[in-house]
Design a binder for this molecule. Structure first.
Ligand SMILES: [Zn+2]
Length: 178
């Protein structure tokens, strides 16, 4: 029943199946949207802390005290800059999520996750959750090496990658794997 088409010339490529139903990646997009809002708020708060600590540090130095709060002010300034840049970057990451380019998304997400955890934690935690979400949703498929497509869970047939939609399709079951 299984035709061996590997040795013969591809006379007629299989017809492109109908477009798949949209993936339920709503949680991922929600997480990225939440991270974007939080990044903006954290940038504002960090900027405010910077101004307060800067004023405090200058005052302390003026009265001959410790300039320790200037170090904290510097940290807040970097945190404000990092969270602002995260806020600027997130629309591009959300676009990658909507295009289901999970491999590329994870590569870029890791940098912002680590930076977010170092600078004011909040955004980093949300981005880490988004990271976990991608792994749960797309991990086995994103990690599958090229040329070794996943197997249909219903019939065991090798699935075919449909490049138009970035999804795997089983021609025997006429269904998408995910
Ligand atoms: Zn199947």
């Amino acid at each position: 029943m299984v035709k061996d088409t590997a040795t013969t010339a591809p006379a007629a490529p299989p017809p492109t199946p109908p477009a798949p139903p949209p993936l339920d990646d709503e949680p991922l997009r929600s997480l990225l949207g939440l991270a974007r809002t939080l990044a903006f708020l954290v940038a504002l708060v960090a900027g405010l802390f910077f101004l307060i600590l800067l004023a405090l540090g200058i005052f302390r130095i003026a009265v001959g005290g410790s300039p320790a709060s200037l170090v904290a002010a510097a940290y807040c300034l970097i945190a404000a800059a990092v969270n602002y840049l995260t806020w600027r970057e997130l629309p591009a990451l959300e676009l990658l999520a909507s295009q289901r380019k999970y491999g590329l998304l994870k590569e870029r997400l890791i940098v912002w996750t680590v930076l977010g955890l170092i600078f004011f934690v909040v955004v980093g935690v949300v981005l880490a959750l988004a990271w976990v979400r991608i792994d749960l949703k797309a991990g086995p498929y994103a990690a599958a090496p090229t040329g070794n497509p996943p197997v249909c869970l219903r019939c065991g047939e090798r699935a075919t990658l449909i490049p138009e939609f970035g999804r795997y399709y089983c021609y025997r079951c006429s269904a998408y794997l995910w």
